[in-house]
Design a protein around this ligand. Structure first.
Ligand SMILES: Cc1cc2nc3c(=O)[nH]c(=O)nc-3n(C[C@H](O)[C@H](O)[C@H](O)COP(=O)(O)OP(=O)(O)OC[C@H]3O[C@@H](n4cnc5c(N)ncnc54)[C@H](O)[C@@H]3O)c2cc1C
Length: 384
């Protein structure tokens, strides 16, 4: 894919966001997973198929294995290990059963989760643009989220919708059927695959390691908070977890300190960008459809801003003093103000993340500082 095309709620304005680093790939997720499993087995891994992890085993304040159940025989077994890498996706069956003293956040807030539903559909007619992923923002249709139409090759599309799990959030499947699949392009189309799930759309967990344990992927909230893409960053987290495990085995140190580099390296490579994008997400969720139409139509937010934001670069949202003067006194000044506040907060949080502590000492202070920046940004972006 060459990039994304983002539509305003009234669909009057669209931004095409392209660029060298915006290239993406459409793949068959199931077959891709099977290929990775095959590669792991070929490299010497042992696969326990049809096996459920029930939770972590603990000894002397260390995670030292997992309790598993064979789904065919129902037999439970304890597996001992030096390090447990949790990669069980959104439900995070190990993380949720850890004790507070391990130092990893167990719970994440509902407002940071998107409930999604998507179908793979075979269309009757041709697609307009087969090289761009289309994203439609509209609070009325997908409150706190968006709906998407991604080409899957030929006349196949991936069409889905995600909503923020705030109070009284609507059912994403019902919204998709009511507002999207009712559009003429889906007439007489057929379903190839369907399903719903949850996506954490926030910054990564402040710490993703504890004594004897590393958390990767959705379980560690390693997802892009804007577009919900988590396959790439989850693989990045998984690879890093492997590298850190090798280093820990060589040093024979499986303590939180010994594994801490996983945090620092992930945050440097992707986590700081996620933190900036979480603020961008709050901004988008707080803007009404009218504000979004207005902001996009008048290019208060440009394609370049969106590209820079998604690449983790600094954004300015073209809100110069001059623009502010022009808009002063008019109804939409709050849009301008919100954009400026968001740009400032995104810069501030990314700077803060550059000082992520190299060791657990200083972590508590760092985390308190990050929380303060998010709280301030949330107040600024939600108060008008
Ligand atoms: C509707 C929808 C559409 C999406 N579209 C995209 C997209 O287009 N592009 C993109 O990049 N990302 C997309 N994502 C996000 C992406 O799917 C995830 O971020 C990514 O799959 C996370 O990888 P993971 O390995 O951490 O978790 P998962 O892919 O969820 O894998 C977790 C694995 O652990 C297993 N498991 C869970 N619990 C247990 C247990 N107790 N015992 C044993 N095994 C267990 C599961 O069976 C599963 O195989 C989408 C998500 C949703 C919900």
């Amino acid at each position: 894919m060459e990039g994304v095309e983002i539509y305003s709620p009234d669909r009057e304005t669209s931004y095409v966001v392209k660029g060298e680093k915006m290239y993406g790939y459409i793949l068959n997720r199931h077959r891709f997973g099977q290929r990775l499993v095959r590669m792991a087995i070929d490299s010497g891994a042992i696969l326990f198929d049809r096996t459920q992890v029930l939770g972590p085993l603990m000894k002397k304040k260390f995670v030292n294995g997992v309790l598993i159940r064979n789904l065919e025989t129902r037999e439970k077994t304890s597996l001992q290990s030096s390090i447990v890498v949790e990669a069980t996706g959104f439900f995070a069956n190990i993380r949720k059963k850890l004790t507070q003293e391990i130092g990893i956040d167990i719970k994440i807030e509902n407002e940071d989760i998107e409930a999604c539903y998507r179908e793979i559909r075979q269309l009757r007619g041709p697609l307009n643009n087969r090289n761009l992923c289309q994203i439609y923002i509209a609070q009325r249709v997908a409150p706190g989220g968006y709906y998407w139409i991604f080409p899957e090759g030929g006349t196949k599309v991936n069409v889905g919708l995600g909503v923020a799990m705030n109070e009284d959030f609507p059912n994403p499947k019902e919204q998709l059927y009511k507002y999207v699949l009712s559009q003429p392009m889906f007439q007489r189309s057929s379903i190839i695959d369907k399903g719903g799930w949850y996506v954490p759309t926030r910054r990564p967990l402040d710490s993703m390691v504890g004594n004897g344990v590393i958390i990767a992927g959705d379980a560690a909230c390693q997802v892009n908070p804007i577009h919900g893409g988590g396959i790439g960053p989850s693989m990045m987290g998984g690879k890093l977890a492997g590298e850190i495990s090798i280093e820990a085995l060589e040093r024979d140190d499986f303590s939180r300190e010994g594994l801490w580099d996983y945090n620092s390296r992930y945050i440097r490579e992707y986590g700081a960008k996620q933190a900036g994008l979480e603020i961008f997400r709050i901004l988008l969720q707080e803007m009404s459809d009218e504000d979004l139409n207005y902001g996009m139509q008048h290019r208060l937010l440009t394609e370049e801003d969106v590209l820079n934001a998604s690449l983790g670069k600094d954004v300015h949202f073209t809100v110069s003093d001059k623009v502010q003067r022009v808009f002063r006194g008019i109804k939409r000044l709050n849009v301008v103000r919100k954009l400026k506040n968001a740009a400032d907060s995104m810069f501030e949080i990314k700077e803060w993340y550059k000082d992520y502590p190299a060791l657990p000492t200083g972590f508590i202070e760092w985390r308190a500082g990050a929380k303060k920046i998010f709280q301030k940004a949330t107040v600024q972006l939600t108060k008008y």
